[in-house]
Design a protein. Structure first.
Length: 313
């Protein structure tokens, strides 16, 4: 069955009926707008657009994996503000001849990843398009905490990471060479595993700045450095290279440290702390005074681009 035969409202009914919502969803799909609880009067909100052929490929990932990845990219942004995800809104544009089973699997992935973070899918929209495009908006609750922005890092802070780095980039490199294994590495590219709980944990621990690693550790730390007006110095020796990454790097002739420092889409969290870091966080560098810059072992990184940037290639 295609979308043209099922229709817009038939599709919406098929992907929303019988779903379970968290307590924060006061009114879910089916009305002009959803209603989501905001106990402290503030809502964290972010949006990402994912385009087939740019952000995902259906010959590399299943529709469910695409849905999970689309949700994770936004939910991680909420966590990076120190907030708890509460809801997703999903805009879907695709050709009329798109297979309905594929769209149902994609939305299954969205619902599954939302549930992993404790959020619900509360609404959205469907439109006709010449290619498959997803626009996902995530909402979150600060729970009485102050938001942790990119602009608060101070000289003397330590820089720490929660979550894995380099795995998605390694998986992309493997897929780009036409391989489908190692499964763990390829799977990391298909479905990231953001440490959602680490964001609020960092906020409670007094993190001064935080960001999720979507474009590459060095590139994203660059945003922190500019917003905070500081130098961020990363220590390469602080990163341990997992055996799987080392094996893939050797097979492809790539230093796996490059993936760790510049690879995106793992959606780890990196934050600055004025003192001891919470459990599960690993110190990888420090913040110093000076003109905004990101250094590796005290020097500018010379291993290539610091990360992904749209429109630059």
């Amino acid at each position: 069955m295609t979308l043209a035969s099922l229709g817009e409202f038939g599709l919406i009914a098929s992907v929303t009926t019988g779903r379970t919502q968290p307590a924060s969803t006061l009114l879910g799909p089916g009305d002009d707008a959803a209603v989501v609880a905001a106990p402290d009067g503030r809502v964290v909100a972010c949006t990402d657009v994912l385009v087939e052929g740019v952000h995902f490929r259906l010959d590399w990932s299943t529709p469910e994996q695409v849905g999970r990845k689309a949700a994770a990219a936004n939910l991680a942004d909420v966590a990076a503000m120190g907030a708890v995800p509460t809801a997703l809104l999903v805009g879907l544009a695709c050709p009329a001849d798109t297979d309905v089973e594929m769209l149902q699997a994609l939305t299954d992935g969205l619902w599954a990843e939302a549930a992993t973070a404790g959020a619900g899918v509360v609404g959205g929209d469907v439109a006709a398009s010449s290619q498959l495009v997803l626009s996902v908006t995530a909402l979150g609750s600060l729970g009485g905490l102050d938001p942790v922005t990119r602009g608060g890092a101070r000289p003397g802070d330590v820089v720490a990471v929660a979550g894995r780095l380099g795995w998605s980039a390694a998986g992309l490199a493997v897929l780009g060479r036409g391989f489908r294994s190692p499964v763990a590495v390829v799977g990391a590219h298909r479905v990231p595993e953001p440490p959602y709980a680490a964001g609020p944990q960092a906020a409670r621990a007094g993190a001064t700045a935080m960001i999720d690693v979507s474009d590459g550790l060095l590139a994203d730390l660059g945003h922190v450095a500019v917003a905070s007006g500081v130098v961020v110095d990363v220590r390469s020796a602080a990163f341990s290279v997992a055996g799987r990454l080392a094996d893939v790097g050797q097979a492809l002739g790539v230093d796996p440290l490059h993936w760790i420092l510049t690879g995106g889409e793992d959606h780890a969290l990196v934050a600055a702390f004025p003192g001891p870091v919470p459990e599960g966080w690993s110190v990888v560098g420090e913040v110093r005074s000076g003109a905004a810059a990101v250094l590796v072992d005290g020097r500018p990184y010379e291993g290539g681009p610091a990360g992904w940037e749209h429109f630059s290639r």
